[in-house]
Design a protein around this ligand. Structure first.
Ligand code: ATP
Ligand code: MG
Length: 235
């Protein structure tokens, strides 16, 4: 057993295209320890979201090994993968992905319905707890379009937390926010990291990367650590 929550070795991924095979991830190796807060920077199209989809068990690599919480994911059935995903991973997206015709509380109940370990009688306590954590206890009956962008992202973070995952995968979580709301979201993600969550953030924003302990750079499907000196220059 290691204390790596995520361990990738020699991961490759291509997509078929009429012009031929498009190699998107090339020999990616990455170790993330429990409780780390990490940023991945890189140009548009460099493969960041593709990598995150594999880490979040929404897609699979062609070759290479991926161990999540010391389990080799290639050995697991579709059902086991969905269990692992529901238990360990919370997602935060750039465009919030809240369901427009559901209230905040109803949005937060959606992941609970997919989790057989959580009884319906526990839903309202879970919802109240995560809303308090993101500072939106007074917005449970609001619809997403009645909230500001920053508030919608806080609801999305509450939804990511509701099944109490240990890993948060965030794809451009501040990409649609002004700098003031972006700073609030980073404070919230930083607090979750201090509480022990493992947080992986894809970003184009150097100030977001500066909030993280470590940063990596994706370039044409290759991932490399930003060394201290380079990291200081970037941030
Ligand atoms: N399902 C797919 N089928 C074919 N090609 C794909 C697919 N998904 C992604 N790609 C290709 O993989 C490459 C990387 O895409 P990806 O979304 O991972 O980039 P990214 O680094 O997240 O970019 P951005 O910063 O713009 O979000 C792109 O060239 C894209 O066209
Ligand atoms: Mg992307």
């Amino acid at each position: 057993m290691t204390n790596n929550v995520i361990s990738l070795t020699g991961l490759n991924k291509s997509f078929q295209h009429h012009s031929g095979d498009n190699s998107v991830l090339k020999q990616i190796s990455l170790q993330i320890k429990t409780g780390e807060m990490i940023a991945i920077l890189g140009a548009s199209g460099s493969g960041k979201s593709t990598l995150l989809s594999i880490l979040g068990l929404l897609d699979v690599a062609d070759t290479g090994s991926y161990q999540l919480c010391n389990q080799d994911v290639s050995a697991l059935s579709a059902y086991q993968l969905s269990q692992l995903r529901n238990q360990h991973i919370g997602w935060v997206f750039q465009n919030f992905n809240l369901i427009a015709d559901m209230t905040v509380a109803e949005n937060l109940a959606v992941p609970l319905r997919f989790n057989p370990a959580i009884k319906a009688t526990q839903y309202s306590e879970r919802i109240n707890d995560v809303l308090a954590k993101v500072g939106l206890s007074d917005r449970a009956s609001f619809y997403p379009d009645q909230l500001s962008g920053g508030q919608q992202q806080r609801v999305a973070i509450a939804r990511a937390l509701i099944c109490q995952p240990d890993i948060l995968l965030c794809d451009e979580p501040t990409g649609n926010l002004d700098s003031n709301n972006a700073a609030k979201i980073m404070t919230l993600l930083g607090d979750l990291h201090i509480e022990g969550k493992t947080v992986l953030i894809i970003t184009h924003d150097n100030t977001v990367a500066a909030c993280c302990q470590k940063a990596y750079k994706m370039h044409d499907g290759e991932l490399s650590p930003l060394e201290d000196e380079e990291y200081r220059r970037v941030v």
